[in-house]
Design a protein. Structure first.
Length: 75
């Protein structure tokens, strides 16, 4: 887990979806201040809710924790 990548990734995806921090917080069930702390690298989403921001941002929990999209390779 790279906190620097995760915080930038969350902010980037939120902005792509044209959401404010408060709007993302409302969707996920946290405050806009909590989202701000995620994006500044001060905290990560709590383990009990990590799936919620991932779903809201259109990514998997693994991608959230990696701070980048995971390429799927079909064999």
């Amino acid at each position: 887990m790279n906190q620097g990548k995760i915080d930038e990734f969350i902010a980037e995806l939120r902005k792509e979806k044209k959401l404010t921090q408060a709007e993302l917080g409302d969707i996920v069930g946290v405050t806009g201040k909590a989202v701000s702390r995620w994006e500044r690298g001060l905290n990560l989403p709590d383990t009990g809710i990590r799936n919620k921001p991932a779903v809201a941002l259109g990514i998997t929990t693994t991608e959230l924790l990696n701070g980048e999209r995971v390429e799927v390779v079909n064999l």
